[in-house]
Design a protein around this ligand. Sequence first.
Ligand SMILES: Cc1cc2nc3c(=O)[nH]c(=O)nc-3n(C[C@H](O)[C@H](O)[C@H](O)COP(=O)(O)O)c2cc1C
Length: 327
Amino acid sequence: MIKIGKINFPEFPFLLAPMEDVSDPPFRRLCKMEGADLMYSEFISSEGLIRDAIKSKKKLEIFDYERPIGIQIFGGDEEAMSLSAKIVETVQPDLLDINFGCPVKKVACKGAGAGVLKDIDLMVKLTKAVVNSTKLPVTVKTRLGWDEKSINIDEVAERLQDVGIQALTIHARTRSQMYKGHSDWNYIARVKNNPRIQIPIFGNGDIDSPEKALEFKNKYGVDGIMIGRAAIGNPWIFKQIKHFFKTGELLPPPTLKERIEAVKKHALWSTEWKGERTGLLEMRQHYSNYFRGIADFKPYKSQLLSTLSIDELNTVFHTILKEKDIH
Ligand SMILES: Cc1cc2nc3c(=O)[nH]c(=O)nc-3n(C[C@H](O)[C@H](O)[C@H](O)COP(=O)(O)O)c2cc1C
């Protein structure tokens, strides 16, 4: 059985990926209800944390029903990372994750996120600084390397294990790939098969169906799977995969009514957490995903996109159910 710190996982855990502007407490709550075994905060800037930035502080909010939950930080400065680890410890997550995978320019080109993949010595130093600053279990999420010519995940895994990380999640792309092309899980399997590697290795990249999850589990031998984009608008994916693993059968897709119920909850929790206006503005990015594949939904989508209160949102849903004759 996999154990990280005090967390005991089910035999094969499914993780919700940290996703900026997506994996906030309202979304995490839905994923938890649908079976996510471990979730992470959005990534938090270590520089922001030590400067007490409101945006960074807000991302530290976690709730007991989310456990086990990890908080993810990023940065390229040892002292800032070390101080941030101490700040993170005050809110007592179940683990602290370091992001060495973010490919976006404003992060990676400032020597943080995936930028650190260019300098393994620095990566090791930053990780050591974090491990030594906290009693929390420290994990890392990273990519295969900076680009195709400099894939260094084998060395990264060994050296980070040696400085005390307790699990490693590998997104099987390089930084140059951003989110394009395919992830190549052969590299993850190579790390997993390295006899020196004792820590759990979680695989990440492009898992979007129960069948693919099972195929990749069997083919690449990872200790668990992390899911990102496929959970956006589809928190049911965790339940769907688990059901398939157990029974070999696929659950039917959620009905329109179930989707509406989920969006209602998501929107309500968003407004409770962020305020009604901001909560609903931020919900707009989610509607297309929740209702993907529903026939003749376009007119309703534009109505949803103009709502600025929970009452207005509920009115649109009421109309949809009435016009589609769903009770
Ligand atoms: C909108 C979005 C935001 C993301 N933000 C983060 C982040 O804050 N931290 C992180 O480690 N990865 C972040 N990622 C990367 C995901 O965690 C994940 O590694 C990637 O999407 C590949 O997994 P998938 O194919 O299952 O989506 C983000 C991805 C997306 C699409």
